[in-house]
Write a protein that binds this ligand. Structure first.
Ligand code: ADP
Ligand code: MG
Length: 384
């Protein structure tokens, strides 16, 4: 789960990480009132995507009038950044914050490291909006230090990082406190990412988090009702929101073949085999082992609500999930909403004969596949 910058900053502040003072504004007048509190302010679009600075979503205002003008243009605009995709995101709120006199920008984050099954501190003395380019072209400027989740953060780990990114000695103490607090936040709230970019050294010699991104592990959200309250559904893909209501494991992708599969491993294999035959999946969808007819119907509705979907590939290996339940779901969905694109079905496993009968008796126009490869080949051809 993602949250907005202003929420991430509140969370970091609660953990003792210094952030600039700022106020959330939903109207231009609110932005004006907020900007009056600062000598100069920065107006920042609040969307769940980075790259806002380069996309025109972070602007300096020298006067409150200027802040009002910027907010007027920004609220309601469709902001396109490198991370939003071409369709962009509508800005509903802006953060009006104090303009900071920046001496130097650093990058600092904590992420999960799969190889060590622990945390990794990632830092750089070349922080700011060019960090992706820096990471690609000058990987030697990116510093990594591994931290145990069991032991938590040790000062010597932070001292190593501070030295490698060229942090001035007088800021080291604050830097170590910051890393300790970020690690505590990460572990206590089950985060998947805590990122500060830029972390700035100000002209008056302080360290402050000028931008913040905090992501959470969805599988741990049941332990954090306070975090769930920060969710902004307007920022999420409506298809994914709908899928979560039905406990479906669904992720939108960019292709044109809708996939309906049981089991995450088979769902990944299905996406691979579609690619192998020259197609491109529109989604990852695992209906799970205990799907009911209602869930399968909801899954079809979600697939069909995507205008990019030109064909659907159903790939079921019935174990716990029975093929007849899937077949009933397909028929129910077809009766309820009408399946408007070619539908390729591969069924195998428990109750497969009954499942095939149900589909046959339904009179639906279904392309039956002999096996998984056949299904992928047929779906790719049907989507063309
Ligand atoms: P994004 O990462 O989405 O581009 P940031 O918040 O990092 O957005 O802002 C981009 C750049 O704008 C920063 O690297 C920094 O140089 C500048 N900036 C952001 N906030 C402030 C601020 N409060 N004062 C001065 N400059 C800022
Ligand atoms: Mg940033």
């Amino acid at each position: 789960m993602k949250i907005h910058e202003y929420q991430a900053k509140e969370l970091l502040a609660a953990y003792g990480v210094p952030v600039p003072v700022g106020y959330l504004a939903e109207t231009a007048d609110e932005a004006y009132e907020a900007a009056k509190k600062f000598p100069q302010s920065v107006v920042k679009a609040q969307i769940h995507s980075g790259g806002r600075g380069k996309g025109g979503g972070v602007k300096l205002a020298k006067t409150p009038e200027e802040a009002k003008k910027i907010a007027t243009d920004m609220i309601g605009m469709r902001l396109v950044t490198k991370q939003t995709g071409a369709e962009g995101k509508i800005v509903h709120k802006v953060l009006v914050t104090e303009a900071t006199d920046i001496k130097k920008e650093y990058y600092l984050s904590i992420a999960v490291d799969n190889d060590t099954a622990g945390l990794v501190i990632i830092a750089s003395g070349a922080g700011g909006t060019e960090i992706e380019e820096t990471a690609a072209e000058h990987p030697e400027l990116i510093v990594k230090e591994y931290v145990s989740v069991y032991e938590g953060f040790h000062n010597y780990e932070g001292i190593e990082v501070a030295r490698k990114i060229g942090l001035p000695a007088e800021l080291q103490k604050d830097f170590l406190a910051m890393l300790r607090n970020m690690t505590r936040l990460f572990i206590e709230k089950d985060c998947s990412l805590v990122e500060i970019n830029p972390l700035v050294e100000t002209a008056d010699g302080k360290l402050i988090a000028l931008d913040a991104k905090v992501n959470f592990d969805d599988n741990a959200l049941m332990r954090h009702p306070d975090v769930v309250e920060l969710r902004d559904i307007a920022e999420e893909d409506p298809k994914e929101v709908r899928a979560s209501e039905f406990d479906l494991n669904y992720i939108s992708l960019f292709g044109n073949i809708g996939c309906l599969v049981n089991g995450a491993g088979l769902a990944m294999a299905t996406m691979d085999i579609i690619q192998k035959f020259g197609g491109s999946p529109a989604n990852f969808l695992d209906v799970g082992g205990s799907a009911t007819t209602e869930r399968v119907t909801a899954a079809f509705e979600i697939l069909l609500s995507d205008p990019n979907v030109k064909a659907i590939m159903v790939n079921i290996f019935g174990g716990i999930m029975k093929c007849d339940i899937i077949a009933e779901g397909i028929v129910a969905a077809a009766n309820k909403i009408g399946i408007s694109v070619p539908l390729v079905v591969r069924l195998e496993g428990t109750n497969v004969e009954r499942g095939k009968e149900i589909l046959k008796e339904s009179g639906l126009n279904i392309i039956a596949a002999a096996d998984m490869a056949d299904a992928a080949r047929l779906a790719v051809a049907a989507a063309k």
